[in-house]
Design a protein around this ligand. Sequence first.
Ligand SMILES: NC(=O)N[C@@H](O)C(=O)O
Ligand code: NI
Length: 163
Amino acid sequence: MSHEIRTEPLTAAAFAPFGDVLEASGHPDRIINQGLCGRFHDRARLEFGADGRAGVSIFDATPRALPYMLDMVERHPDGAQCFVPMSLQPFLVIVAPDAGGRPGRPRAFVTDPGQAVNFLRGTWHGVLTPLHAPGLFAVIDRIGPGPNLEEHWFDRPFTVIEG
Ligand SMILES: NC(=O)N[C@@H](O)C(=O)O
Ligand code: NI
C-alpha cells in the first residue's frame, strides 16, 4: 500500500460518509434580515452525547505545508466536531473510514475558500491543519465529562501531497 496520499477537492458528496461541508453556495434556504442576508440553514449534523453539550472555542493553529507528514488520526466517540475558518484561506482536512475499530486508508481534502467542515461523531480525522496564516478557527464541539478522544498513531506515517 502506497503511503502517499494525494489531496482531493472537497465536495459534499465525497465528504458525506465522514461529515458535512458547510458553505454559502447555491440558493440560501432562507432570505432573512429584511432581505439582506441569505441563511444556509442547519447544515451540520451535530451530535453531542454522554452528558455533553455544544461549545464554541477559538483555535489559533500553526500553519503547516504540503507535503505533510500524517502520523496520527483521532476520533471523538461522544461528539461531532466542526471547524469553521475565520479567514478565507483553504485548509487541509484528513479523514479515514473505520475498519474494525482502527482507521482505514486516510483521504485528504483541501477546502475551497469559505468552506467549513463538520466531522460526524466518532469519525477518524486529522487534527486541525491550516495551510496558511492566520490559522484562526471557530470550533464547535462537545464540552463534557470524559476524554472524548481516541488517537491512532500509524506505524508508518503517510505523506500527504498536492493532488
Ligand atoms: N484537541 C482538540 O481540541 N482538537 C482536536 O480534536 C482536533 O481535531 O484538532
Ligand atoms: Ni478532533
